[in-house]
Design a protein around this ligand. Structure first.
Ligand SMILES: NC(=O)c1ccc[n+]([C@@H]2O[C@H](COP(=O)([O-])OP(=O)(O)OC[C@H]3O[C@@H](n4cnc5c(N)ncnc54)[C@H](OP(=O)(O)O)[C@@H]3O)[C@@H](O)[C@H]2O)c1
Length: 293
């Protein structure tokens, strides 16, 4: 079994490279080996490896920058996934692709289900939705795993930014009117590996991907950025010298508009794969503990 993984140095990609190796031979690619901004170059790489499964963890994830680089974001997030899916079709491979809670507009009060109406508010969300549709349209066996508020001990994310700020600032202002589910990248990788492991009981790729479709995969529970920030400082033993001050989004304007409410319901993941994602507080604690190991 050969798995081709893109975005191996990203938060999720790095964790996937680690957890998938127990299942299959992983061909892990970085941006130099597979550049999604040049979709026309992807085919030969894929056909050379002829993987059984392609996992696309590469993406243009700079939510604010995407507002001014919409063309590039659309190529990487909206067009390249369809090209990869088309190449997967040629080799008979299935595909796992990641998407985002930002495909929703946040105008609700209970966790989003897979079939809820999408209506992205920003360029990043629009390009990710285009990528979902491009993969689905090719008609290969696939899972699209939507997640949100991803953090890890690598890369650039809210957890690391906050810990860094707390080293020098006595006060940090954080928005308290956006709600989501912080999700440790490792829980996404382990969830992906576990569902693949279950599916691999099938013998052909189409059996592997029985039940193709969109699944939500984020940590359980919900919180605001403000409460998330407080929890990070508390668990990092940084709350003594730094105060987190709640502010409304209007006082922290960003180029990209974000949904006010974007937790995802994991019910389908649990029903189909019996996979339970951890609560966000437990995953955060475990992530921080892992730094000490
Ligand atoms: N981060 C979040 O909060 C979040 C939330 C919801 C959904 N997601 C989705 O989850 C998935 C994984 O995200 P993540 O958090 O792991 O993102 P990440 O840490 O930003 O990693 C993205 C990876 O994509 C690579 N990449 C960017 N442009 C590329 C290009 N043109 N060609 C090839 N590779 C390229 C990056 O390469 P370099 O290492 O060279 O920069 C990086 O390795 C993505 O589909 C993302 O949309 C993320």
């Amino acid at each position: 079994m050969k798995i081709l993984l893109t975005g191996k140095n990203g938060q999720v990609g790095w964790e996937l490279n680690r957890s998938l190796s127990k299942l299959a031979t992983v061909f892990a690619m970085d941006r130099d080996q597979m550049d999604l901004s040049k979709p026309e170059t992807l085919g030969p790489v894929i056909q050379n490896i002829r993987p059984d499964i392609i996992i696309n963890a590469a993406a243009y994830t700079a939510v604010d920058k995407a507002e001014s680089e919409s063309e590039l974001a659309m190529i990487v997030n909206g067009i390249a996934p369809g090209v990869i899916a088309e190449e997967a079709r040629k080799t008979g491979a299935g595909m796992i692709h990641y998407s985002t809670d930002y495909v929703f507009d946040g105008k609700t009060t209970s966790p989003y289900k897979e079939e809820d109406l999408t209506c992205p508010l920003n360029v990043y969300g629009k390009t990710k939705l285009a990528g979902e549709k491009a993969v689905i349209q090719v008609g290969i066996p696939h899972f699209i795993l939507r997640t949100g508020w991803v953090y890890s001990l690598r890369g650039s994310n809210f957890l690391l930014t906050l810990q860094k700020l707390a080293q020098t600032k006595k006060q940090i202002k954080v928005v308290d009117d956006q709600t989501g589910s912080p999700t440790w990248a490792r829980t996404i990788a382990e969830g992906t590996t576990q569902i693949l492991e279950q599916c691999l009981k099938g013998t052909t790729t189409s059996q592997v991907f029985t039940g193709s479709g969109v699944f939500h995969m984020s940590c359980g529970g919900e919180t605001s950025w403000f409460d998330f920030a407080n929890k990070i400082l508390e668990l990092s033993n940084l709350s003594k010298d730094t105060e987190v001050v709640p502010i409304p989004t209007i006082e922290y304007p960003t180029p990209a508009v974000r949904p006010r409410y974007s937790p995802l319901s994991n019910r389908k993941l649990k029903q189909v794969f019996h996979h339970e994602m951890p609560q966000w507080q437990d995953a955060l604690q475990e992530c921080l503990n892992s730094a000490l190991k």
